[in-house]
Write a protein that binds this ligand. Structure first.
Ligand SMILES: Cc1ncc(COP(=O)(O)O)c(C=O)c1O
Length: 363
């Protein structure tokens, strides 16, 4: 096959990209600040109208008493679990084997807080009610991640979620939501954010996933909980003198995108169907339940990269920015739909998938 460019170069050079909201460059901040009054007072160490108004707005949207803005979800969630463990006097929590705390945080929970996790369920499936009922008794908090990112953004049925929540309340186990992508799942459940949050004692949401901001997180819960989280935020060095670039951009992109989640969800189903029509390609889930899904290929990365590179170069359509091997003979990638998908002419998408399928059929 005649390919001249590297895979990532070929992707970057495409005119149209099927995933995301666009480049993560400085323009993202410039756009967010464009219409802000330059005399607006900065927040100072977690206080001031700018941060307090946004926290109130988010507490209201998520249906909880109070909210605290954090620089990162990593910090917010470790703190949430620490508080629930301290309250119960038990240094044990439960979560999925592939949750962010277990695989992406360098063991922060264990090293900084000496909290040990019980890993629930096989890593390739969701936690269910039975897993929760069979947990050891000495659990201070169960963390659920919705959607479960590392397995393609799968979601439990709402009834299962309600049953897990009721069981935890009955057993006096706190329930925390890793809702990094909470806004993205509302169209599937056909529920408001507040309805889903009502099932949980504490919730974290992110402003840079589907919302597409720069960074930043909100932690919500009752007043005692959030007040205590502010003390821990200071201990963690997260009480930056000013967080306004993150707060302003979070609010700006929240307003711009929170009501587009239904559109992204529909587009994600449309795109997954196109992948599933290609030879040797499947998506997980088969029909997505949010704006994200994983695409699995029955050939290894080093064989797929030149095929995709040629599709990108000949059609101008960038399907996937990267691939990861899942075994010696298979690879996969993650898709997250944002603003860009709607900008791609449908005939170009069709041509790109036609080329991909034709090439895969030759393998
Ligand atoms: C599911 C999930 N939880 C938590 C986090 C942590 O967020 P942050 O990068 O703000 O620390 C991430 C980040 O990718 C995530 O995907």
């Amino acid at each position: 096959m005649n390919t001249t460019k590297s895979f990532s170069q070929a992707f970057n050079d495409t005119t149209y990209k099927l995933g995301g909201n666009g480049k993560r460059n400085i323009q993202v901040l410039i756009d967010a600040l464009a219409n802000i009054d330059e005399n607006l007072a900065s927040d100072m160490y977690g206080k001031g109208k700018l941060i307090e108004d946004f926290q109130d707005q988010m507490a209201d949207y998520l249906g909880k008493d109070t909210a605290v803005f954090f620089p990162s979800g990593t910090m917010a969630q470790q703190i949430a679990l620490r508080i629930w463990c301290d309250r119960k006097g038990v240094k044990r929590v439960a979560y999925h084997p592939l949750c962010h705390l277990e695989i992406h945080e360098q063991d922060g929970l264990k090293e900084l807080h000496h909290i040990e996790p019980t890993l629930l369920a096989d890593k390739n499936r969701l936690i269910n009610l039975e897993d929760v009922q069979n947990m050891p008794k000495d659990i201070a908090c169960l963390l659920l991640e919705l959607p479960q990112r590392e397995i393609g953004g799968q979601l439990p049925d709402y009834a299962e979620l309600e049953a897990i929540s009721a069981y935890c309340r009955e057993q006096e186990i706190k329930l925390h939501l890793d809702g990094a992508r909470l806004f993205e799942i509302l169209p599937y459940y056909q529920k408001s954010a507040a309805e889903i949050c009502a099932l949980f004692d504490s919730i974290y949401v992110s402003f840079y996933k589907g919302i597409g901001g720069i960074a930043g997180a909100i932690l919500v819960g009752d007043k005692d909980f959030t007040e205590e989280s502010k003390v821990w935020k200071r201990r963690h060095g997260g009480d930056l003198i000013s967080l306004y670039p993150y707060i302003i951009s979070s609010e700006y992109y929240f307003k711009q995108r929170v009501n587009k989640m239904e559109q992204y969800y529909e587009e994600s189903k449309e795109l997954a169907a196109l992948y599933n029509q290609c030879h040797g390609v499947t998506t997980m889930p088969t029909e997505p339940v949010s704006n994200m899904f994983h695409v699995h290929f029955e050939i290894p990365k080093d064989q797929l990269e030149p095929i995709l590179t040629q599709v990108y170069e000949t059609t101008g359509v960038g399907l996937l920015p990267y691939l990861s091997n899942s075994s010696e003979s298979t690879c996969y990638s993650e898709v997250s739909i944002g603003d860009l998908y709607a900008e791609v002419p449908k005939d170009k998408v069709k041509i790109a998938f036609g080329r991909l399928d034709a090439e895969l059929n030759k393998m």
